[in-house]
Design a protein around this ligand. Structure first.
Ligand code: UDP
Ligand code: MG
Length: 316
């Protein structure tokens, strides 16, 4: 595709401390791409104000007055990063050839956007920004993040390691994303499921340019639980597996208990109590697991996820 229209989507929640800096930087990157003819002069930046309580929206209005290449939408109330991002992506879906999503705090290096665009022009529909190292993160953030990705992988969520929500998506990828009607949004899990040609660009993640993180530990934990529970019924299977393991252990316990009984070393009532606790315990767990399997089915049904996505078609 020659000179595609690129939309840069920036979710902003109480970002007045950093917004002027990031708009200057993003405009510079976009301007340079327009100048050298890589992208269309119709390309733009869309700020999504996620119900900020500070002057973020007034600032976006100011930027727009100064330069109409900076556009804005404002959500009625704070819905969280994922929803703000979705609102932005769905707004630009019919108004661009590809959209790049990036945080407002300049942690994701905007200088790799031209590289993402080149990979898009070369035919990739999704380009993931993946961070090279976590040297700028604190030990705590590094460890929790690593645990987050490993746990998700183990529990059956397909994500791209060390990729947050810095990515380019083609118009077609955005259209396929629009078919996912689920309310619990975990974009990092959905996008690899879309399954078009993709590429990766690595970058060094910087410290936040100004302002504070809107993702403290508690929000991060709830986000990661959301990620697992929106994508995988594996935890339910684990219940059944635990029940099964207990049932096997039950045989060992039963042998031990019966031996004690026949050796007369058990006080009266202990044998029957032990046998029933273990047997019933494993039975209850397995039953919960069976019920869980059905709940797991309901869980995938209610999401109404698209069952297939057609990539190419030869007709006529
Ligand atoms: N954000 C948002 N709504 C929220 C919280 C955050 O739109 O409720 C935006 C925020 O403005 C930023 C991005 O999401 O552009 C990532 O947030 P932040 O940088 O605070 O997260 P961190 O990088 O610390 O994980
Ligand atoms: Mg950040």
């Amino acid at each position: 595709m020659l000179q595609p229209v690129i939309a840069i989507v920036v979710p902003c929640y109480n970002e007045s401390a950093v917004l002027s800096m990031s708009m200057a930087k993003l405009s510079e990157v976009l301007g340079a791409m327009v100048e050298d003819g890589t992208v269309s002069s119709q390309s733009y930046i869309l700020c999504v104000n996620d119900g900020s309580t500070d002057s973020t929206w007034e600032e976006i209005e100011k930027f727009h007055r100064r330069d109409t290449r900076i556009k804005g939408i404002s959500l009625a109330h704070n819905r969280g990063h994922q929803y703000a991002l979705l609102a932005g992506l769905m707004t630009v879906k019919d108004r661009c050839d590809a959209a790049v999503s990036i945080d407002a705090d300049l942690q994701d290096d905007p200088d790799i956007i031209p590289e993402m665009v080149k990979l898009f022009i070369a035919g990739n529909e999704i380009v993931y920004g993946v961070r090279k190292s976590r040297a700028t993160d604190s030990w705590f953030k590094r460890t929790t993040a690593r645990t987050f990705y490993t746990m998700q992988r183990r529990l059956g969520v397909d994500t791209v390691y060390d990729h947050a929500d810095y990515r380019l998506m083609s118009r077609r990828a955005l259209e396929l994303l629009a078919d996912y009607g689920e309310s619990n949004l975990f974009l990092r899990g959905i996008i690899p499921q879309i399954g078009l040609d993709s590429a990766v660009v690595t970058y060094d993640r910087q410290k936040r340019a100004a302002g504070e993180s809107k993702y403290p530990l508690a929000k991060m934990i709830s986000f990661s639980i959301d990620g697992v529970t929106s994508f995988s019924a594996k935890p339910i299977r684990l219940i059944f597996a635990t029940g099964l393991i207990l049932l096997l252990l039950d045989i060992v316990v039963a042998i031990y208990v019966l031996c004690s009984y026949f050796a007369d070393s058990a006080i009266s009532g202990w044998t029957s109590l032990m046998l029933s606790i273990w047997f019933l315990g494993s039975l209850i767990l397995m039953s919960i697991g069976v019920v869980g399997e059905y709940i797991g089915k309901i869980f995938t049904e209610v999401k109404h996820r698209p069952r297939y996505a057609i990539r190419d078609m030869l007709w006529d």
